[in-house]
Ligand binder design. Structure first.
Ligand code: ADP
Ligand code: MG
Length: 467
């Protein structure tokens, strides 16, 4: 049915409130060049201290080659859940048993001691259930917050992000805090071989089966990426330059825009979300992309349209649509999975929010708002990836992706595929692959590679001594 003049007028009004989410290709290219500049600032010794994007060297210089072997414990602290895993690696075969534990919000916002005690409790429970008591397994820890790494198994938290703000942890070595908590709780001892972040774990996990994999990205609670950089470009590196002369760099690009350089694309809704977050002014790129925030941006727009009389006529002011954080990001996926005029999922979401007497027109507007906001997120992530692909400048690159937003949103993959293609230098081929169980398996693989290299070094030294 063609729209009536009244409807057309209403659409025009709605458009005025959401047009800030529609960015041109030219704008995304401008964002890419700003991001590239910020990445260079992060990598150079003299500009790193003032750079928003910290480009942390991860101490991971080798990817798995398929000869790794052994049994490992892995931990995955991502932002929403905590998992403990038992990972058995035998060449290309990987067997994983895992358990997910909830981190209560009072722990996320409590003290560091409470957090690490909770983690230790979960590990102890897990090892009891899997008959691993008394066995000292090497452990890989996926800890997905910005850390300044001092060695593969030494990482100081530089700041909390996402929903965490535990007292007394910033500046501390995560590995040490874990050891201390395990000692406090049970005298249990583990050998932490590697601390990695989830982007690194995701990349390692995919690289296990794909030699072209040199970029990893997380689209979950937060958003972050890592990639393999030539050591000669890493001005902040103070270690050895021997072979392999490369290093995985944890970009921590979620902080892009914190110096104001993205203000020209941020909308009034982005500003409001930021003002009410636990870390105002921080992680501005992440707040436009990641799962922790997307639903809330949608909610803020719907709230505004409702207040302007353009949506949900006669809505009850007590309705949950007006409650911060109440529109979950999974709703965005559900709404966008509706493909006909019945709006089955959308109606279910609106019912859950307690909205009454909505019309099909309302459903259509809700879906439209969701598509604009998720597309902007997918396109910003694409601009970031295209920047990395152009930097690497290799004919063929695989990008490992993990995170519930990418996994479950019905259009994220396709939107990214199209946008990256549009933004990368012509001729550079790329592939986006879902990294199954990325962070858990990845942490174990980093530990496995480290142990393999340690063994090789020992053999070399013995050979030299015997020669
Ligand atoms: P983490 O980043 O903590 O490892 P996940 O990758 O599972 O965890 O991501 C959790 C985030 O994904 C949450 O912010 C949540 O809102 C979002 N999310 C969960 N389910 C969906 C879904 N079906 N569609 C889109 N986003 C989702
Ligand atoms: Mg995760």
């Amino acid at each position: 049915m063609p729209a009536t003049p009244d409807q057309l007028q209403k659409y025009e009004k709605i458009e005025a409130f959401v047009k800030g989410f529609k960015l041109s290709s030219h704008t995304y290219k401008k964002i890419m060049s700003l991001l590239n500049e910020e990445m260079n600032n992060g990598l150079h010794k003299h500009t790193n201290h003032s750079a928003d994007i910290k480009m942390f060297p991860t101490f991971v210089r080798s990817l798995p080659d398929g000869t790794e072997k052994g049994q490992f414990l892995a931990l995955d602290l991502g932002g929403t859940n905590f998992r403990v895993l038992l990972v058995k690696i035998d060449g290309r075969d990987v067997d994983i048993q895992s358990r997910t534990y909830l981190i209560p919000q009072r722990v996320m916002l409590g003290t560091g001691t409470q957090l690490f005690d909770h983690i230790a409790d979960c590990i102890i429970k897990f090892t009891q259930q899997h008959n691993l008591r008394g066995i000292k397994l090497p452990l890989g820890f996926t800890f997905s917050f910005p850390c300044k790494q001092e060695d593969l198994n030494q990482a100081r938290l530089s700041k909390w992000t996402k929903g965490f703000r535990c007292e007394g942890v910033v500046g501390e070595d995560i590995c040490k805090l874990l050891h201390e908590a395990l000692k406090r709780k049970s005298n249990m001892d583990v050998e932490v071989v590697a601390i990695v972040n989830d982007a690194v774990g995701t990349l390692m996990s995919a690289a296990h089966n794909d030699r072209d994999c040199e970029i990893g990205i997380i689209l979950g609670t937060g958003c972050n990426a890592c990639y393999m950089e030539n050591l000669k470009n890493v001005g902040v590196w103070e270690g050895e330059y021997d072979h392999p002369d490369q290093m995985l760099i944890n970009t921590e690009w979620g902080a892009f825009g914190d110096n104001g350089c993205l203000d020209f694309v941020r909308t009034e809704y982005d500003r409001e979300l930021d003002n009410f977050s636990i870390n105002p002014g921080k992680q501005l790129m992440e707040k436009m992309i990641a799962g922790m925030y997307m639903g809330e941006i949608v909610r803020l727009v719907l709230e505004r349209l409702t207040m302007e009389g353009l949506l949900f006529q006669g809505i009850d002011r007590e309705c949950e649509l007006f409650v911060r954080g109440r529109f979950y990001t999974k709703y965005v996926s559900e709404v966008e999975s509706d493909h006909d005029e019945f709006f089955r999922n959308t109606k279910q979401v609106l019912d859950e929010l307690g909205i009454q007497n909505y019309t099909s027109e309302d459903c259509k507007v809700v879906k439209y708002v969701c598509t604009l906001i998720s597309a902007r997120a997918a396109f910003l992530a694409s601009a970031g990836l295209a920047t990395l692909i152009n930097r690497l400048n290799k004919p063929s690159i695989t990008i490992a992706v993990d995170g519930s937003l990418y996994r479950f949103h019905p259009r994220f993959h396709n939107l990214m595929q199209l946008k990256i293609h549009e933004l990368v230098r012509p001729g550079l081929r790329f592939k986006l692959t879902l990294s199954h169980d990325g962070s858990g398996k990845g942490a174990a693989l980093v530990a496995a590679v480290a142990l393999r290299l340690r063994e090789m070094k020992k053999e070399d030294q013995e050979n030299v001594a015997n020669a």
